[in-house]
Design a protein around this ligand. Structure first.
Ligand SMILES: Nc1ncnc2c1ncn2[C@@H]1O[C@H](COP(=O)(O)OP(=O)(O)OP(=O)(O)O)[C@@H](O)[C@H]1O
Length: 553
């Protein structure tokens, strides 16, 4: 409509059309500014956007990794959200959302705000009484938006939550596919996933309906502004208060103003939606690394491997109970000693290792390493000097060679990797894999025992001062286990002068030859000695040995 009006004005009077062009300098200026803003988008916004999102992902990932390494903080911060999977799925979706905001919304808001301000200044210069109705319409638009915006922010937050929960169920089901298949619970899992998707759909539909209402309100007001502008302008022309040229400008500026207002509030709504969705992302980013990562701590020239637990009591932060997991534990392990820890399930054996690796801090008491309190030592240096093989070693989705080399603080050649694999009795099966040491490891490719052998090779390669084996041979066949027992004992004297080995095993045949066996029950040490000393005592150790011999028979 404004274009038709303008055409009629130009054809009616060429002198007036020239004047129109002259006085429309502001229009041209605004067009240039709008062009510059578009340029800013592709140039200035796109680059920082990419860098920012990359940094954001990296810092978030780092924060997740660090928080996971320090479960105390994780469970304190997210008491209902202990599952790292849900955090990682948020990492993807929330960052994507933030990336969209930075790439699209912000530059559109700035561009339209400049455009709207220019149109408003021109309208006020033209005639302030005529500007008033347009301003009222813009204010109504802003009020409707503020109501809708608040609703949208809430909806966006819920949608992100439900999305993350659905992703989490999917991730969990796929990673536990064997269990799901074995128990025939495919239907239940689909239901569980569907439940979250239903919640998501419910909120999305309501949010879409609200958006529809908002869009209808805008379009109605937009058309109403055009009609009002023509009506009021027409009346003014009839009263000779306005020239046809001014009427054309008036209609154009009105359209610009209302359109800019709509774009600003619409993009702001998208911005609000993203802010709602990204609150958790910012919350995660605000978490500071725990002291153990900030403090440098002491690095000894060489770790000898003397360990001392003095009156150590501990309970997990997520499970504060009256009975502690470790109860005033006192244990001294000499350098170069092979100490085995035995006991019933849940007696606190792995917890000792968790404290030694400083994954948790004791509630009371102190742990000393070569006479120095553990928390005074540099955490990275400490972990570099401890080789750990856990109960269910998870390998990375990298080739076998990289998995063996993983976390090794020094440069190693292929021969070194092969040597470690041979020590762990793994070379033979690795050589039979489709691409040998270059074969990419995935969960189904290797058996539990083979994964353990690779994890053992990794620990051996690090040449640590302290080797911790927590049920590290539980999945191995008897022959491999027997062979490895010899390797572990041999390792004590190989390549370094001292090496302490801590063995945890339910299969008591594994620990029989240890220098000392520590027997635990309910977080306390109840027996200590070597196999020949403990067997005749008739305590828990001899009962466990008897029970195992019976079950074998
Ligand atoms: N992350 C955790 N959060 C809360 N409680 C935990 C956690 N890890 C272990 N526990 C609890 O601490 C107790 C001791 O667990 P721990 O793993 O040390 O026992 P364990 O003797 O090594 O058992 P197993 O021989 O079966 O591995 C158990 O009751 C267990 O439920």
């Amino acid at each position: 409509m404004p274009r038709i009006l303008a055409a009629s004005v130009f054809s009616a009077n060429s002198g007036e059309s020239a004047a129109f062009f002259r006085s429309s300098r502001m229009l041209i200026l605004l067009l240039i500014i709008s062009g510059i803003c578009s340029g800013l988008r592709s140039g200035c916004f796109a680059m920082p956007n990419t860098i920012l999102v990359k940094r954001l992902r990296r810092s978030l990932y780092a924060s997740l990794v660090f928080q996971y390494l320090c479960p105390t903080l994780l469970s304190d911060t997210y008491p209902n959200m202990g599952i790292v999977g849900s955090l990682t799925s948020r990492l993807g979706s929330d960052c994507q959302r933030l990336s969209y905001v930075i790439g699209n919304d912000i530059h559109l808001i700035i561009r339209n705000a400049i455009q709207g301000t220019g149109a408003l200044i021109n309208l006020l210069t033209l005639s302030w009484p005529l500007t008033l109705p347009t301003l009222i319409i813009c204010s109504v638009l802003a009020i409707i938006f503020s109501i809708y915006g608040r609703y949208q922010k809430r909806a966006a937050k819920l949608m992100q939550e439900f999305n993350a929960c659905a992703n989490n169920v999917a991730q969990e089901t796929l990673s536990l596919m064997r269990t799901v298949r074995a128990y025939g619970t495919e239907g239940e899992e689909v239901e569980r996933y569907k439940r979250w998707l239903d919640e998501l759909a419910f909120v999305s539909i309501r949010e879409s309906a609200a958006y529809g209402l908002w869009s209808t309100s805008f379009l109605t007001l937009y058309r109403f502004t055009q009609v009002l502008a023509v009506l009021l302008g027409g009346i003014c022309i009839m009263n000779s208060q306005l020239s046809p040229e001014q009427l054309t400008k008036y209609i154009l500026y009105c359209e610009w103003l209302i359109y800019a207002t709509w774009r600003v509030v619409d993009n702001s709504s998208s911005l609000l939606q993203s802010i709602g969705a990204c609150e958790k992302v910012f919350h995660l980013m605000d978490l500071l690394p725990t002291d153990q990562f900030l403090s440098k701590g002491v690095k000894l020239p060489r770790l000898m491997g003397n360990i001392q637990f003095v009156n150590v009591s501990f309970h997990y932060p997520s499970r504060i109970s009256l009975v502690p997991i470790l109860d005033r534990l006192n244990l001294a392990i000499q350098a170069n000693e092979v100490v085995a820890i035995a006991g019933l399930s849940g007696s606190g054996k792995s917890t000792i290792v968790n404290l030694l690796l400083r994954l948790y801090q004791p509630v009371s008491g102190q742990i000393y390493m070569d006479g120095l309190p553990l928390d005074e030592l540099d955490i990275r240096w400490l972990r570099e000097n401890i080789g750990f093989v856990g109960q269910e070693p998870d390998l990375f989705n990298m080739d076998v060679k990289s998995n063996i080399k993983y976390g090794c603080p020094r440069e190693v050649k292929d021969e070194g990797i092969e040597w470690a694999a041979k020590q762990a009795h793994a070379h033979e099966f690795i050589s039979s894999l489709p691409h040998g040491y270059q074969t990419i490891v995935d969960n189904d490719l290797l058996s539990g025992g083979q994964k353990q052998q690779i994890a053992i090779a990794r620990a051996i390669l690090r040449d640590p001062a302290i080797l911790v084996l927590d049920e590290a041979t539980s999945a191995l066949d008897a022959e491999s286990e027997h062979y490895l027992k010899g390797v572990f004992h041999g390792l004590r004297n190989e390549s370094r002068s001292k090496r302490t080995i801590i063995l945890i095993a339910h299969r008591l045949s594994t620990i029989k030859t240890a220098d000392r066996i520590v027997v635990m029950d309910k977080g306390r040490i109840i027996e200590m000695g070597d196999h020949t000393e403990l067997l005749p005592k008739g305590g828990l150790y001899s009962q466990l040995i008897g029970a195992q011999a019976e079950s074998m028979a």
